[in-house]
Write a protein that binds this ligand. Structure first.
Ligand code: SF4
Ligand code: FES
Length: 200
């Protein structure tokens, strides 16, 4: 049985399993944080930075992404300190500036207290089904199908999730959404049962 550790989250003392991820303890308390890249069935990647929290470790405060922060010692956590709220708002604003019409981005921005963005630019993509680079389809593909068929090829203006093998895109119907620019493809039926649904 895993050892237990006492931590404090927003003033609430809770007991959590050593090495469990902080976001789970936060959610168990009924606190809802915005998350984009996290999924309960996937290894957390800490990519989107929306789930950021302020952690006090032996008197030192730092911002961490709670989804992939393993609890290993007694810590005090603030999920909505001024620093956290400021950081989260800027991140959400950047997402909203880049993908203003994608529903999940609008929802996460709203949860972060943001309804407008100062960050419109050449990168702004008004497609409401744009790939927001959360990486969940890529991780789902690797972790469940044991395939590296989907990749996020590079960081940059035209990045999106792409399939390395166009004859097999398993997530066309199962991913949260698929870039409109991905062409219709044939799905190898023997693989479909291995692909979990990854709901938003
Ligand atoms: S295609 Fe969808 S699931 Fe995959 S990275 Fe883009 S937004 Fe995320
Ligand atoms: S949900 Fe934690 S970094 Fe994306």
């Amino acid at each position: 049985m895993a050892a237990k550790i006492e931590i404090t989250i927003d003033g609430n003392a809770v007991s959590v399993e050593k090495d469990s991820f902080l976001l789970k303890a936060i959610e168990n308390l009924g606190i809802k944080l915005p998350t984009l890249c996290n999924h309960k069935d996937l290894t957390p990647a800490g990519v989107c930075r929306l789930c950021v929290c302020e952690v006090d470790v032996r008197g030192k405060k730092k911002l961490v992404t709670s989804c992939n922060y393993p609890v290993r010692e007694n810590i005090t956590v603030q999920t909505a300190s001024d620093t956290v709220v400021r950081h989260r708002k800027v991140v959400a604003e950047m997402y909203l500036g880049r993908w203003p019409n994608v529903p999940i981005i609008q929802k996460m921005a709203k949860m972060s207290g943001v309804t407008e963005s100062r960050f419109q630019s050449d990168l702004t993509d008004e497609n409401l089904k744009a790939c927001v680079l959360c990486g969940r389809c890529v991780r789902g593909c690797r972790e469940f199908a044991q395939e590296k068929s989907l990749i996020l090829p590079a960081r940059g203006s035209n990045v999106m999730s792409v399939c390395r093998f166009p004859w097999w895109i398993p997530t066309v119907s199962d991913a949260p959404h698929v870039p409109m620019s991905v062409p219709p493809v044939r799905v190898r039926s023997s693989m479909i049962s291995m692909i979990p649904k990854i709901p938003r």
